[in-house]
Design a protein around this ligand. Structure first.
Ligand SMILES: [Zn+2]
Ligand SMILES: [Zn+2]
Length: 95
């Protein structure tokens, strides 16, 4: 089944916009380093989406995140040791 270009409605579609998945022909397709789009707006939307995804990944899991995980692990280990009577911590009830 051959679908027609959603931009010009004349030529058969050769590409599919990777943002909205609409079929576009070679003449109407907007191409850049990310892929083929049906237009400039979809290319911009896809670029924003990619920037947001990579930016979100960069901000999380920094030094603070590692420190928090380390503190939680240390706290759990100390609590477990206290529970099993390996380490007696004043103030914490032992079994
Ligand atoms: Zn077209
Ligand atoms: Zn599109």
């Amino acid at each position: 089944m051959e679908s027609k270009c959603v931009v010009c409605h004349e030529r058969p579609a050769q590409f599919r916009c990777i943002q909205c998945h609409k079929p576009v022909c070679d003449e109407c397709a907007f191409k850049n380093e990310n892929g083929v789009f049906c237009g400039r707006s979809c290319a911009a939307a896809y670029r924003d989406f990619k920037a947001a995804a990579s930016g979100g990944r960069r901000s999380s899991g920094g030094l603070l995140g590692k420190l928090v995980v380390l503190i939680i692990v240390a706290f759990v280990v100390i609590l477990a040791a206290n529970y099993f009577g390996l380490v007696a911590i004043p103030g914490l009830p032992t079994r």
